[in-house]
Design a protein around this ligand. Sequence first.
Ligand code: MG
Length: 376
Amino acid sequence: MKITHVRAIPVKGRHWPRFPMVFVEVGTDEGVVGIGEALAFQTTGVVQSVETVGEWLLGENPLQIERLWERCFRRGAELSALSGIEIALWDIAGQVAGMPIYQLLGGACHDRIRVYADGFFRGATPTPESYREKAAAAVAQGFTALKLDVDDFLTPGVRKVLIRCHGDALGRGITNAEVRRVEESVAAIREHLGPEVDLALDCHWAFDLPGALRLGRALEPYHLMWFEDPIPSGNLAALARLASELSVPICIGEALCTRFQFREVFERGAASIIMPDVARAGGILEMKKIAAMADTYYIPVAPHDMVGPIATAASLHVCASIPNFLILEHQMNDVPWRDELTDEPLVVRDGQMELPTRPGLGVRLNYAAVEKYRAE
Ligand code: MG
């Protein structure tokens, strides 16, 4: 079997033109077609990267996944593109074997995949009442875990405008008023929903060390599932200090790639939970390796999953196959066409997702919908 084409298919997502869904298609001379997805902040770069790496792979045997990945990695392949292609190669392997991918990874350690609701607050005003109401609606749908974004509680005008850039003034501090606003909403949700619903807070790398310590300490009474990216990941010693000084678990890793970047996180004790993204960290097998390394430090894995349904399907296979899986991200209130993009929607029931049962990824792209929402 030989690879005959590799192409990227960008589709509009909820923050278009940011965060497109970039699907990757790998074709073979035997007619088997694999689908993957690459996580990207903008379309152009990753589409070009998929084309570049795709050219390296023409004529190769798609079943030699580890060998092809390693060769592309050593040639300096962009990691989102390589992740998307690697997922498509696993889809091909699963179809050839007639088995779901998780079966090829050693079988399922978990029969259903617990997910948390991110974006449950979309449409809310940043007040305790509004957040409490939206959180209750998510729990009524069956979710047992929710994640808030800190961004909405930061003072308008100095709110961060870009990821890793905390507002026009570039300050990373947090005011007492901002700490209080976050705390009031977390407290309102906790009080209303009781002690058993898991809550996480995503800070998108917004703060400096004293600000993160202050906010983290204010939130300690609410027993968060995790405190995500409170400071940038550029200094793991600073993260290790935060992790040692706060009782709330620190979670990082959505922007980190490969086992090599995660190694230092583990060695330095920079996080208690990691959240690699299969569509960016290197793909399915790289996620397995990262998770195995994490397990030797008794660190659980809560994969990041932000954009399209193919990345979700790939995440399900990874989550099923790793013993130290914690919980998977799920976007509530996403674009209405997300479910149209696959032949079968990936359904959340009672806060959990079923494993795909068909060979490969277990979902196929619906090309009519892909064309309809295609991004150029
Ligand atoms: Mg995040």
